[in-house]
Design a protein around this ligand. Structure first.
Ligand code: ADP
Length: 314
């Protein structure tokens, strides 16, 4: 399903705008990430996309149709997981799915078949009869997402789905979303952490104070902002001082030095591309610096975000 937002705005109090002038075009079959700090207007935007809230101005179009012209029909094609969704602790995953399937007025046979299929898709068959209170956080998250897909929507909207998940839960979430996307469903997710969405989304929009800062295809955003400053952490076991001397001869800004687990750390901004870092590293090693690791600390989208924010301040 293609989702278009045409100059969408929302005010809760008739005075200040939670979201204003939002223009987005989400391609059918994409994983789209809506990114912004807390209070930026992400939940408000997602609620309007999900038709649970009406825009004060502008229009949300789903496959070219104004979603407000028939909100109930639109909602049948959408799976929405807002923030703060409860899972009833005493219910099993099968009971929980049944409850939501009944809300969508699915017929009994169709619903039971969909429950079996969904539990299999989400690797929950073995936990079918375990109460949700006894499931891991990652499994509970899968149950929540599963219930959004039971009625086979064409658009899945998840508000901060990675919030509170540990790294394992996050990689499970990634796998789940990839699978859902492969089935042809358009996915919209939000996050206040850029890193979470960086290599997961095809398209992203960054919003701040209810307004769009940048949107589009992830690769083209990165290209168009010519990110030229990379932050690395260098860990050495010998030659720390020598490394600092050599780095001073390049366009490198040392942000922090320290020590951890017997290794010396240098966190630095390198004003150049990855080829420059590779040549600096080669120089350090040939000068006898014993390098253990050298890793990028921030994702590419985080670099874009820093760059945009700096431009706004200047
Ligand atoms: P985010 O999801 O990015 O944290 P929200 O959409 O929740 O942002 O909030 C955007 C703005 O709208 C904030 O200033 C918030 O206080 C306000 N807001 C959100 N929900 C409501 C509401 N139900 N009533 C009044 N103001 C709200």
């Amino acid at each position: 399903m293609r989702v278009e937002l045409e100059n969408v705005g929302k005010t809760y109090d008739g005075d200040s705008w939670a979201v204003r002038d939002l223009k987005l075009d989400i391609q059918s079959g994409a994983i789209f990430g809506l990114i912004g700090p807390n209070g930026a207007g992400k939940s408000t935007t997602l609620r309007m996309m999900a038709t649970v809230m009406t825009p004060t101005e502008g229009q949300v179009r789903l496959d070219g149709q104004d979603s407000n012209s028939d909100p109930l029909a639109a909602r049948r094609r959408i799976g929405f997981l807002g923030d703060g969704n409860p899972l009833y602790k005493d219910m099993t995953p099968a009971d929980y799915l049944r409850l939501f399937g009944q809300c969508f007025r699915m017929g009994k046979a169709e619903l039971e078949a969909a429950i079996d299929e969904t539990l299999t898709t989400f690797d929950l068959t073995a936990k079918r009869d375990t109460v949700c209170g006894d499931l891991s956080k990652g499994m509970r998250q899968r149950v929540l997402i599963a219930r959004c897909l039971l009625h086979k929507p064409k658009l899945l909207i998840l508000d901060e789905p990675a919030d509170g998940l540990d790294p394992r839960g996050r990689s499970e979430l990634r796998r789940t979303l990839d699978r859902v996307r492969d089935s042809g469903v358009t996915i919209v997710i939000s996050s206040h952490i850029l890193r979470e969405l960086d290599d997961l989304c095809d398209q992203v929009a960054i919003i701040q104070g209810g307004r769009l800062v940048v949107s589009g295809n992830v690769d083209s955003i990165i290209d168009s902002h010519e990110v030229s400053r990379f932050v690395y952490e260098l860990r050495t076991i010998e030659g720390h001082e020598r490394a600092l001397e050599l780095l001073a001869g390049h366009r490198v800004l040392v942000e922090h030095t320290g020590e951890s687990e017997g290794q010396k750390l240098i966190r630095m901004q390198v004003q150049g591309d990855e080829a420059l870092m590779a040549s600096i590293l080669a120089e350090l090693i040939s000068a006898g610096v014993k390098v253990v690791t050298c890793s990028r600390l921030r994702s590419r989208l985080e670099d874009v975000y820093d760059r945009i924010s700096a431009d706004k301040v200047n």
